[in-house]
Structure formats: C-alpha cells, structure tokens
Design a protein around this ligand. Structure first.
Ligand code: 13P
Length: 288
C-alpha cells in the first residue's frame, strides 16, 4: 500500500481540496490553479454524472493526457465521488482512478460495511484509496436530494475498523448545493469521531461554509474538503455576463474562455482556504 497523502495533510494540518468537474473545460481551470499555487489537488467526478462526462475510462485518460499536455508537475489525484455501486467503483479502479468513494450511507450499517469492504479489498489490491460515508449529507446536487442525518460514532468506528478504509466522510450537518440559512456543523461530534477513528476525515458540501468553520474542521481531522457548487456558481455567473455583455458573440472560444478563467480563480481561492498551497513538493518527496 502506498503512503497516504491525505494522512500527511492531516498530520500537517491542512486539507487537500477535491474539486468536482462538470465538463471537460473544468479540468484546465483546476489544473492551472493547482500548478500556479504549487498545490496537490483532487479532481472529483461524481458517479451520477459519469455518463454525462463520457465514462470512467474516458475521463481518467483525458485528465491524464491533459496533465501531460499542460506540463503539470504538482500531484493530481482522480477521485470517484459518491460511488453508487460496487461494480462502478471497481470499474473506476480499473480505469486508473487514484481513489474511490463508496457511498453506502443510505443502506443499513451492516450492508454499508459489507459493500464498502468489498470495494476496499478490490481497490487496495490495485493501490487505490477508498473513502466511506456514514450519516447523510443533506441538500440537492446533481439531481440527488436528501435530509441531513448526523453520523453515529459507533457506526463510524465499525465502518473504519471492519473495512480498513482510508478516509471517512461522517455527515455532520453539511449539505450539498446552496445552504438554506447558516451551516450548522456538529463540532462536538466531529471531535469525538476524530479522536476515536484516527483516519483522515472528509468534509462534503464545503461551498458556503465559512473560512472559520473550515479551519476548525481542518483542526479536527478533516484533510480532504469537497467543493462543487461554488465553482459552478462562478462559472455560470461569468458565462451569463459574457453573453449579456455582447449579444452578438457566437465564437465558442470567446464565450467559454472567461468562464474557464473563473474556474481557475475560484479554484485558487479554494486552495488558499484549504492551506494546500505550496504543499506539493513535500507530497512529491513522500513518493520518491
Ligand atoms: P458543494 O456542492 O456544497 O460544494 O459540495 C461538494 C461535495 O461535497 C461533493 O461531494
């Protein structure tokens, strides 16, 4: 098993951002941001959108080719977000993903453990990391909606111990998509889960969470933080602005280029927020 770069982030008290892509133009913006700020980065693809993106193999190969074409030297990890089935997770592993999340949070804990373990056993044989989830992250994203259900500490412990997973996403009040009202993270539960499980924690639904709360979550063991909505808002606002400002514009490059720049700028903001800027050399050294 490789050294776990997320454990390193946890030890050094920063988080590696996972930024989800919703189309191929996202890749360039995110890679440029990571390279500019010398930051490791995780590119996420949510399972619900895999077909839209072209499939596991296509997306994995495309990101890898883009890394080469752009001469990217910082560590880039390709991650399957909210894997819906064991078969899908295995397919992503075979397609060259670096890590996969199996989201068994809607199942009973025994079924969640059984299927997460099946993914872990397969993924670890191929040097791929696995993230599991307990509780329910609320909100609406990619057509999926749900209510917040706080993670239970005993279920977290059972999932970690019995599956040997690498990272845990305990739902603690965060939501996917836009928050209705103020985010209310369960910091007491977070402290308990962090002390007892020891594995690096993953925070989903980070768009809209304050800098102070994100830093507190990092200090309580979160070493991977997931963003999607914030980038989508920045991208769509810019696209609308470009088209409104010049109603005669029809060149795709002229229309799309400013929105890629917004993806980059927002990714840079996220990297600075997570404190992963200038951390790429230390991680590269771990693997050399
Ligand atoms: P946001 O859409 O709230 O940024 O959450 C992203 C996420 O958690 C993906 O798993």
């Amino acid at each position: 098993m490789r050294l776990n770069f997320i454990e390193f982030a946890k030890k050094e008290k920063f988080a590696i951002p996972q930024i989800n892509i919703n189309g191929l133009i996202w890749i360039e913006g995110i890679l440029k941001a990571a390279q500019n700020l010398n930051s490791p980065i995780i590119i996420g693809t949510t399972d619900k959108n895999i077909e839209f993106l072209g499939g596991y193999k296509f997306i994995s190969n495309t990101i890898k080719n883009k890394i080469q074409a752009m001469n990217i030297t910082v560590p880039v990890y390709i991650h399957l977000d909210h894997g819906l089935t064991v078969e899908g997770c295995k397919e992503a592993v075979d397609a060259g993903y670096d890590s996969v999340m199996f989201d068994g949070s809607k199942l009973s804990i025994s079924e969640n453990i059984r299927l997460t373990k099946e993914v872990v056993d397969y993924a670890h044989e191929h040097n791929v990391f696995v993230e599991g989830e307990v509780g329910a992250i609320g909100g609406v994203e990619d057509g999926l909606s749900g209510q917040v259900r706080y993670a239970d500490i005993d279920e977290c412990l059972a999932l970690v111990k019995e599956t040997n997973l690498d990272t845990l996403a305990p739902a603690l009040g965060s939501v996917h998509g836009k928050y209705k009202g103020e985010p209310n993270l369960g910091f007491e539960e977070m402290e308990l889960i962090n002390e007892n499980t020891q594995v690096p924690l993953v925070l989903h639904g980070a768009s809209g969470i304050s800098k102070e709360d994100l830093h507190r979550a990092i200090s309580l063991g979160h070493a991977k933080i997931n963003f999607n909505t914030e980038i989508n808002i920045a991208w769509s606002n810019q696209l609308r602005k470009t088209l409104t400002e010049d109603k005669n514009l029809f060149s795709p490059q002229e229309i799309i280029r400013p929105s890629i720049e917004e993806i980059q700028k927002t990714s840079e903001k996220i990297i600075n927020l997570c404190g992963s800027n200038n951390k790429s050399d230390a991680i590269t050294k771990m693997y050399s």
